[in-house]
Ligand binder design. Structure first.
Ligand SMILES: Cc1cc2nc3c(=O)[nH]c(=O)nc-3n(C[C@H](O)[C@H](O)[C@H](O)COP(=O)(O)O)c2cc1C
Ligand SMILES: CC(C)CC(=O)C(=O)O
Length: 413
């Protein structure tokens, strides 16, 4: 029920999460919401934001606040994008199309998962060049599929490829295993649907997740006509050449800086920038610079991969220091408030991405729900800037933050 400009049922992202909870079936809800193992990194991503407090400055004429920033040559309404998340039609029948429409309307960049339930061409058509699209790439061991996908993304006008680098294996997500998670057969992983006409359709999901094991994965994969490939421990390895399912193809334990980043840059350039998503250390940030990627996303996959990994906000400072402003540094994970966006930027991020909140928006009301989510975060961010005494995004800096430890001791950054 709306009053003025507000949806009184949903005044912040916590409300949205609760509203979405009742609108998703258990299998979908668990798949979207859970983290790996005990879920401690998922929780830490959220709690890390509570360790910082804002130092507001006053008497600064904050009558005009400019929240815009530039990304891939486009003006973005706020330094927030919608992170790539797989299989959005599970949340709402319009799935990624609804997300694309909301992003276009709100002037927000959108990341599209390789494992979307809408094709990249349809999403690009919907965004119509108004907002930049980013293709999240799971670079498969069998490069032929990825090569085709990259060529299609170039043609469709995607601005960048975010290579996900934190998934050499898929994290262990216990609820997903318990629920025998599977993409219902009326949905398809649309980016690969055309490639599977001559193969047995592998819509999933696939599951059960018995093939998601770090050792001898090849033996567990349902490869039909796999070719052998060398494996470091001397085993021979069968490429997952059967139907494309996320359980068989998303994870790629063979990825490496030398072999794959250079190849990917050649495939993408000059039309699309190559970024890496899933950096969490200064060492890897330096390697990213060395390999001349165009940007990095500090991410732990929303706590869905290595449980026990550092919260992304805690990993951010060392990455920012290593990068020294040479390429953009983005961050995702646990962003639920406008003040979180402010804190991430104050710690040196150029931009943030939100994952689950967009899925909750979709589950709540499709396109309208994603718009609502973006509106809530944008308004909160604008108000935070104003109350902190900052009028331009570029002026958000670490002098606006202090860190507070468990005993309440406050330290300057
Ligand atoms: C249900 C779900 C599916 C996801 N699918 C992908 C994906 O296909 N590719 C990818 O790189 N990251 C994927 N992610 C990770 C997000 O891109 C992002 O890193 C994460 O959601 C950020 O954390 P947040 O949900 O706390 O905002 C997924 C996350 C969720 C919750
Ligand atoms: C296709 C999947 C691997 C999507 C994903 O990244 C996730 O569920 O976290």
């Amino acid at each position: 029920m709306a009053q003025g400009d507000h949806d009184l049922n949903c005044l912040n992202i916590d409300d949205l999460e609760k509203l979405a909870y009742t609108r998703m079936d258990k299998m979908t809800r668990d798949y979207y919401n859970e983290g790996a193992d005990s879920g401690s990194t998922l929780l830490e991503n959220l709690k890390a934001y509570e360790k910082y407090r804002i130092r507001p400055r006053v008497l600064r004429d904050v009558s005009i606040i400019v929240t815009t920033t530039t990304i891939f040559g486009h003006k973005n309404a706020v330094p927030i994008g919608v992170a790539p998340t797989a299989m959005q039609r599970l949340a709402h029948s319009d799935g990624e199309l609804a997300t694309a429409r909301a992003c276009k309307k709100k002037g927000i960049a959108m990341g599209l998962s390789s494992f979307a339930t809408t094709s990249l061409e349809d999403v690009a058509k919907e965004c119509d060049g108004v907002v930049p699209n980013v293709l999240q790439l799971y670079l498969f061991e069998e490069r032929a599929h990825s090569k085709k996908l990259i060529a299609r993304a170039k043609k469709a006008g995607f601005k960048a490829v975010f290579l996900t680098v934190d998934t050499p294996y898929l994290g262990r997500r216990n609820a997903e295993i318990k629920n025998q998670f599977k993409l219902p057969s009326h949905f398809k992983i649309e980016n690969f649907a055309c490639e599977e006409d001559d193969e047995e359709q592998g819509a999933d999901g696939g599951n059960p997740r018995t093939d998601n094991l770090p050792a001898n994965t090849s033996a567990k994969r349902k490869a039909k006509k796999g070719s052998k490939a060398g494996y470091t421990d001397g085993e021979s390895r069968v490429l997952p050449t059967g139907p494309i399912t996320f359980h068989t193809h998303a994870a790629n334990p063979t990825l490496s800086w030398e072999k794959d980043i250079e190849w990917l840059k050649q495939e993408c350039c000059p039309e699309m920038e190559v970024w890496v998503k899933g950096i969490a250390t200064a060492e890897d940030a330096i390697l990213a610079l060395h390999h001349q990627v165009r940007g990095i996303v500090v991410s732990n996959h929303g706590g869905r991969q290595l449980n026990g990994a550092l919260a992304t906000l805690d990993a951010l400072p060392e990455v920012v220091e290593a990068i020294q402003g040479k390429i953009p540094v983005h961050v995702d994970g646990g962003i639920r408030h406008g003040t979180d966006v402010f804190k991430a930027l104050a710690l040196g991020a150029d931009f943030v991405w939100v994952g689950r909140p967009a899925l909750w928006g979709l589950a709540y009301k499709g396109q309208e729900g994603v718009e609502l989510m973006l509106k809530l975060l944008s308004e909160e961010f604008r108000l935070c800037m104003a109350l902190a005494g900052v009028t331009k995004v570029q002026d958000i800096a670490k002098e606006y933050l202090v860190k507070i430890d468990k005993s309440g001791f406050v330290s300057k950054l």
